[in-house]
Design a protein around this ligand. Structure first.
Ligand SMILES: NC(=O)c1ccc[n+]([C@@H]2O[C@H](COP(=O)([O-])OP(=O)(O)OC[C@H]3O[C@@H](n4cnc5c(N)ncnc54)[C@H](OP(=O)(O)O)[C@@H]3O)[C@@H](O)[C@H]2O)c1
Length: 410
């Protein structure tokens, strides 16, 4: 029987993984490494996350079926708990996903991951360490269609410290743990659930809805964004754990050419599922044109509350990601028989049905955005990718705070 150690079970994707696994692959044992005061508190945190996918009662039942190891994965190499020794697969999802608190993000995502890898080296039965990275390790200048071979690249210029820390983790894992059965999964942008919509978490949906409400597309209105639903990511990760053989070490978990989202197509879908001033027409703008964005934003949302100011600044940053117009090639995954994700247009209606106001959604996502990314023109220094834990990766000083609700200023 497989015995799977999961980090990040209380997070967006971790909850989806656990829900999918416990309802579809009940023969495996799941061990969750969770931050909590004790095992029962950890179990309750997991039940709370699972309840976004099912009834409270069922979530409680499912949570009873997992083993809880209380701990912080960044200290994993100091964990003597013998329950970890018999793990056969490890799915490492836990990360600091905030965009800017760079030292902490680096310490967690790079240093912490190496600590977990050192502990994994003592798991004698381990046959897969599935590390979840991000396709956004490409930084700000990827080609239009990107396969898995080009990055991580020490020369990449990152838009945010988060992606730099994930790139550093991948590089150090590959270089320092050659004997570990490492596979890297790189999801693109994870948004919504293909049947539950925004219920498990509305993260990033507000961005798409705000771009739509503004009728502004950064770059080309026929450009694309690579978006995948959370349940597809979860199912794919669980299947990757179960496959005894995978042909490659690194995989994009992405929409790819078949399922990517073209703004113009999305607009036609939204005309149907969210009819408002139809047919929609999106104006194009350069994401560096702050004045154009500010004028449109002020007219549509207003700038009369601190939360709206904060949302404006976060949106500016997201527009820079949207402007990348990159498709993450998923040929590797599909050619090994994994199913393709549904395109966003298939389930955006469900997301909208199950979501509230755009500004409330932004507020929910605000934790990750408490600090602003690098203003355009002030590039982060080139990423140095250290092979040893603890070394500094970035020396970025260019960030300015997005102040918390109540104190923000444009
Ligand atoms: N969401 C996306 O669009 C996306 C796209 C590409 C890649 N990814 C990657 O997918 C993974 C999961 O993302 P997500 O969106 O699910 O993140 P999330 O919702 O922010 O969840 C992060 C998880 O990591 C845990 N964690 C953080 N620091 C920890 C620590 N020191 N010790 C133990 N647990 C810790 C959190 O636990 P607490 O609850 O205790 O804080 C939480 O369970 C990440 O590696 C991320 O880089 C996400």
């Amino acid at each position: 029987m497989s015995r799977i150690l999961l980090t990040g079970a209380t997070g967006l994707i971790g909850g989806a993984v656990l829900h999918h696994a416990l309802t579809s692959r009940p023969v495996s044992e799941w061990v969750c490494l969770v931050r909590a005061s004790d095992e029962e508190a950890g179990r309750q945190r997991i039940a709370a996350r699972l309840s976004r996918f099912t009834s409270t009662l069922n979530a409680q039942r499912l949570a009873q079926r997992v083993e809880i190891v209380v701990g912080d994965f960044t200290q994993a190499d100091q964990m003597a708990d013998p329950r970890l020794d018999s793990v056969t697969q490890l799915l490492h999802l836990a990360a600091d996903t905030s965009w800017w608190a760079h030292e902490k993000v680096h310490r967690t995502n790079h240093g912490g991951t190496l600590s977990l890898a050192r502990r994994a080296m003592r798991m004698k039965r381990l046959d897969r360490f599935l590390h979840v990275s991000t396709a956004m390790i490409c930084g700000s200048g990827p080609p239009a269609i990107l396969d898995e071979t080009r990055y991580p690249d020490p020369e990449a210029a990152h838009l945010v410290h988060y992606s730099a820390s994930k790139a550093a983790a991948e590089t150090s894992l590959m270089a320092g743990f050659a004997d570990m059965p490492l596979v890297v999964a790189r999801p693109s942008i994870v948004l919504g659930h293909s049947t539950l919509g925004a219920r498990p978490g509305s993260s990033i949906l507000w961005v798409i809805r705000a771009c739509d409400r503004l009728r502004l597309v950064a770059g080309d209105r026929d450009g694309t964004v690579d978006i995948v639903p959370i349940d597809w990511v979860a199912k794919t990760l669980v299947e990757m754990l179960a496959r005894p053989d995978l042909a490659h070490q690194t995989y994009h978990l992405s929409a790819g050419l078949k399922s990517r989202t073209r703004w113009s197509d999305l607009g036609r879908t939204l005309d149907i599922v969210d009819p408002d001033d139809i047919p929609r027409h999106y104006d194009e703008f350069d994401a560096s044109d702050r004045a154009a964005l500010l004028a449109r934003y002020t007219a549509v949302f207003g700038m009369d509350e601190a939360i709206k100011v904060a949302m404006f600044r976060a949106l500016q940053a997201y527009y820079r990601f949207c402007e990348l117009n990159v498709t993450f090639d998923n040929t590797r995954l599909l050619s090994e028989g994994f199913t393709a994700p549904p395109p966003l247009s298939d389930y955006i209606g469900r997301c909208i049905e199950t979501s509230g106001d755009i500004i409330d959604q932004f507020h929910e996502d605000f934790g990750n955005l408490a600090l602003a990314p690098v203003p355009r023109g002030e590039r982060l220094p080139r990423t140095r990718l250290p092979l040893t834990d603890g070394a500094a990766v970035l020396d970025g000083t260019a960030g300015r705070n997005i102040a918390r609700r109540g104190t923000a200023s444009a």
